[in-house]
Design a protein around this ligand. Structure first.
Ligand code: AP5
Ligand code: MG
Length: 213
């Protein structure tokens, strides 16, 4: 069973997916994280995807579908899966539906955040190079500036959080990903959750919304 967590870049998908995985019994599957692992390891997929990601564009649907299937194959059958970052266009939503005999989509939830706030979040985001933990210089700062609270690793900016890539990502979200919301609305599995406010409160609403299905 799959729950799709969707939303614009910076909406808090990763932050909430982490909480749902830690406390909500979900297995988290983030296509962005999977791609970044490939880039870091220098695999052939990483070489294909790295420059595309840095520009803020979408990596090809074929590559993403093969990554999705690979990652799903690592999880046991019957697992409750939280999908962060997939699908990002209608073709990907249809590709996901082709797996519905084993992985039906139970719910698709939008974390709704205004564009102005998204830009502020992305420009202040810092990520640990060691364990991948996410911070924000103002909203969720680490105890010691530049150092991860969890593993002591060094914090840095994601390459695609530069102002030019952020604009590309937000525009692509509007054009390619927003129609996916309507797709799931038509399938009767769509809900919206306000993504502004304290992450803990948002988590509570999200968890209750998912339980309502
Ligand atoms: P991906 O990694 O999925 O990036 P994204 O969708 O752009 O989303 P982000 O990870 O930037 O934001 P988020 O919503 O996870 O927010 P976060 O919790 O970090 O994809 C990266 C790239 O990979 C794509 O551009 C594309 O190239 C490729 N890709 C991935 N999937 C693909 C696909 N299916 N098809 C094709 N290409 C694909 O939070 C952001 C910041 O805000 C943090 O600093 C956080 O601390 C802070 N924050 C979080 N919640 C709050 C809150 N409630 N209040 C204040 N601050 C908050
Ligand atoms: Mg993310």
């Amino acid at each position: 069973m799959i729950v799709v967590l969707t939303g614009a870049p910076g909406a808090g998908k990763g932050t909430q997916a982490e909480l749902l995985a830690k406390r909500g019994g979900f297995k988290k599957l983030s296509t962005g994280d999977a791609l970044r692992k490939h880039v870091k390891a220098g695999t052939s997929i990483g070489k294909l995807a790295g420059a595309v990601m840095e520009r803020g564009e979408l990596v090809s649907d074929e590559l993403l579908f093969s990554i999705l299937r690979e990652e799903l194959a690592l999880l046991s059958e019957g697992e409750l899966i939280l999908l962060d970052g997939y699908p990002r266009n209608i073709a990907q939503a249809e590709a996901l539906d082709s797996l519905k005999s084993t992985h039906p989509v139970k719910a698709a939830i939008l974390l709704d955040v205004p564009r102005q706030e998204l830009v502020a979040r992305l420009s202040g985001r810092r990520v640990c190079g060691g364990c991948g933990a996410t911070y924000h210089v103002k909203e969720q700062p680490s105890k010691v500036a530049g150092i991860c609270d969890k593993c002591g690793g060094e914090l840095s900016q994601r390459p695609d959080d530069s102002p030019s890539s952020v604009n590309v990502r937000l525009d692509i979200y509007e054009k390619a990903t927003r129609p996916v919301l309507e797709y799931y609305r038509k399938h009767g599995v769509f809900r919206e959750v306000v993504g502004v406010g304290d992450p803990e409160s948002i988590y509570g609403v999200l968890r209750d919304t998912i339980s309502g299905f």
